[in-house]
Design a protein around this ligand. Sequence first.
Ligand code: KIV
Length: 267
Amino acid sequence: MAEKMTVPEVVKMKQRGEKITCLTAYDYSFARILDEAGVEILLVGDSLGCVVQGRENTLPVTMDEMIYHTRAVARGRTHALVVADMPFLSYQVSTEQAVQNAGRLLQKGRAEAVKLEGGVAMRHTIMKITEVGIPVMGHIGLTPQSIHRFGGYKIQGKVKNQREAILLDAIAVEEAGAFSVVLEGMPKDLAAEITGRLSIPTIGIGAGAQCDGQVLVIHDMLGLFQDFTPKFVKQYADLKGVITAAVKDFAREVREEKFPGEEHTFK
Ligand code: KIV
């Protein structure tokens, strides 16, 4: 990817029928690697609460933590679009607070867009944030900040009324001015229907192959986080295995006085 990825360019990718790739990143080193590998979108997800901080869900993540991680990711980005998640309670209390917090993620975190969860209920909020020039990525379906309302990480949209509600959410997000929308944890035919109905790109996670793009949590797809692996995760590498073997080699060589060798030592 030679050109800088921008919000209009992401939208054009859907129009050209090109698939969009998105991975989460939480720090400079990972951001650089993913950016150089050609991923279009780096999402600083509030999933960092689980995979970086070891919390049981995303609810405790704060604005200050999101800004800290977004700034680190932005330093590693050259081509990719950096999208920062709005954490729980940073946008639900009032639209004024939502606009201010979205602005902080751009001003202090150097994100280029924000993502927030919710459809019809967030319509006005998305409208207000986009009105001040901040691009918004929506997120509907299995929205992790509503885990207690769902009673766990359960696939949404399996029954008729849920399905209709999710479709209305998708339409509301587009009409409110979002430039794209994450479809999480829903039947593939519902995601395909939404993808066909919307002119903005859909980015799927546990939503089948018909979405305009796909997103995964980097720790899941690299096999770094193995506390819980959802069905929709494909593990492309076993970095936990690689790291464990390297750490064991290091410890053994230190104990056997093989490291540091002459080549790692100053005269
Ligand atoms: O927080 C996150 O990483 C996300 C993606 C999984 C879509 O919202």
